[in-house]
Ligand binder design. Sequence first.
Ligand code: C5P
Length: 251
Amino acid sequence: MMSPLPQAADRLIVALDVPTWAEADRLIRDLKGIVRRVKVGQTLFTACGPDAVHRLVEGGMGVFLDLKYHDIPATVAGAARSAARLGVEMFNVHALGGRAMMVACADALADEEASGSHRPKALAVTLLTSVDEKVMEEVRLEGEPATMVPRLAALASQAGLDGVVASPREVSALRSARGLDFLIVVPGVRPAGADADDHARSATPRDAIAAGADYVVVGRPITRAASPAGAAEAVIAEIAEGLAEAGEGSP
Ligand code: C5P
């Protein structure tokens, strides 16, 4: 039987939340041959710009550009075109930007694809996991996260986006509601026995994958480990267990 580890490695996205290219480069060299996908968020992008993304893409990494666009439809459409031309594999927008903003994003990607460009996957951030009932009340959002998240995921899907970024606790309900074609990317993932850092609720790679996540995002447990490569291999082994539990391979 083929080892499930290559398949498991595809499901890991390492969050490169470092403020310099030197640190990102050191990590990438260490993770080469083990990790295939990284997330570039506001820390690295604001420091190093699209150059960092170019270098990662040229080096063969799949890049999730995590800049959480939230602006008027025309501006988000422009950002989506720029992301497509940068060659990223996926990027995200805030579902709270509304249907017209997400439709403009999906239409821009369809135009890019029609003109021969690569089409990245567009994900929606539903509610940030830092937004609880108190924050919702502060900004006069009615309801509660448990009902708002599936509603915003449905809106993103109807608008033509490819999936969502979801917290571990939302994965299985979103998978049941939205079916297999909807991408679910899950941050807040911690290897068994690791410190949860600032995540109020975390899940292990095994549990997140078994619950239906397509990808798990892991940052500090890998990037701050004495051996990032060793830590990534351990996470991949846990993902393989989750795939086996979900009936998609055996460890
Ligand atoms: O280091 P750690 O594994 O906690 O990194 C998690 C990553 O996932 C960070 O880059 C953070 O910005 C991102 N994240 C997110 N949405 C959340 C929670 C975390 O994009 N709801």
